[in-house]
Design a protein around this ligand. Structure first.
Ligand code: MG
Length: 390
């Protein structure tokens, strides 16, 4: 199988740092989207890439081997996070494609998190990987459509990531390919900004894979560029046979690709056949419990507000729990121009207490007290009131 590819990564229009990383070389293509404070996201994504790249030097031959390699990368990140407190809790998503030898041209796609691998064939864009995300679970349950998921306020919550736990479940997909196919690997910075339909149009418009990758990043940035964006476009330019693209179920999990029509609901995953009813009942109950626990945890983690300083030392109202809960991190609710350097010392200490509130209006009320205290301090030396807003 002969390949041609193009790859690029971009910090985007809003972020200060690029926590994405990628690898594009003969027979191996990987995208990783890191997360974690103090630059730890960059460390996690780089570690994922370097571990998979070095482990794949001798070639990837089986799904189990690929899965094991991604597990090794998970262990490397997890161990590093334990060794350095500044990297505690760091993680990364990963989607990777490896060309495997065999009678029919095929690739293996590994996935953890919400970076994606797509297949583009005859103008139709299909997802090969399945996101491990909160909104994907809502899509699976039929609560929202894929298009609604793309703009959902909680679309960035991943339910699986590398480096968070000692072990991680890795999905591996076996995909037959043929001449003319294009494989697209990308971080969520692309799909959050550009709908599948528009991605397909860019791929149609740019036959050169490097130009296609760069054009996709340009569109993401033109649409807002609110996240780092990484894109790899791999063209299958030559193979001997032209196989029918039948998913292979006996190697690993196989999904029915989604069509380019972003408004159409995702087809249900292929259910393994010949399972006994008791087994189905057990797994159904387990899935229900896990989904319920995850939903309850998510609701808890997103409930409440607190006031603190952001990374630029500006007073900010956050939604969520101080320090976050597992992978649910607090998000900015209201950002002010009140900088820590401009605050009287007693007011600054008050903000550092990270007071929590049941609603954003209560937090806003506290903020107005802070502003009043600053005004008072500019004329008198009366300290900030310590009234607790309830
Ligand atoms: Mg991202």
């Amino acid at each position: 199988m002969k390949l041609k590819w193009g790859a690029t990564t971009d910090v985007g229009m809003v972020r200060q740092q690029n926590e994405d990383d990628f690898c594009a070389e003969e027979n191996l293509f990987v995208v990783a989207d890191g997360m974690g404070g103090h630059n730890a996201g960059e460390v996690a994504s780089a570690l994922a890439i370097s571990t998979v790249r070095s482990g794949a030097r001798g070639g990837i031959f089986t799904a189990d081997q690929f899965r094991e390699l991604v597990q090794q990368a998970n262990t490397a990140i997890y161990t590093a996070s334990l060794d350095d407190s500044t990297q505690s809790g760091m993680g990364t998503t990963l989607t990777a494609m490896a060309v495997v030898p065999g009678e029919e041209p095929a690739v293996l796609v590994a996935n953890v998190g919400d970076s994606r691998t797509y297949l583009f064939r005859h103008g139709v864009l299909s997802r090969v990987s399945v996101d491990h995300s909160y909104v994907q679970e809502l899509v699976n349950e039929g609560i929202i459509t894929p298009e609604e998921a793309r703009v959902h306020p909680r679309r960035n919550i991943v339910t699986r990531a590398m480096g968070i736990d000692r072990n991680v479940q890795v999905d591996v997909f076996h995909q037959l390919v043929r001449t003319g196919d294009r494989v697209l690997l990308c971080s969520d910075g692309l799909v959050d900004e550009v709908a599948d339909f528009d991605i397909a149009q860019v791929l149609i418009d740019h036959s050169n894979p490097q130009e296609a990758a760069e054009a996709l990043v340009m569109v993401a940035n033109a649409n807002g560029g609110r996240d780092n964006t990484t894109v790899i476009v791999v063209d299958i330019v030559d193979d001997i046979s032209e196989p029918v693209p039948v998913p292979v179920a006996d190697i690993t999990t196989t999904v029915t690709p989604v069509t380019a029509d972003a408004t159409a609901p995702m087809p249900a995953p292929v259910v393994r056949k010949f399972l006994r009813p008791s087994v189905i009942a057990f797994w159904s109950a387990l899935v229900f419990i896990v989904l319920s626990a995850s939903t309850v945890l998510g609701v808890y983690a997103r409930s409440g507000y607190f006031v603190g300083f952001d990374s630029n030392d500006n007073v900010t109202i956050y939604q969520g729990r101080v320090g976050g809960v597992l992978w649910f991190q607090p998000t900015v609710n209201t950002q002010t121009r009140l900088n820590g350097d401009d605050l009287p010392e007693d007011v600054r200490r008050e903000v550092l207490l990270n007071r929590t509130f049941a609603s954003s209006s209560q937090a806003a009320k506290f903020l107005s007290l802070v502003e009043t205290a600053i005004l008072d301090a500019s004329t008198t030396t009366v300290p900030i009131t310590t009234t607790t807003v309830k």
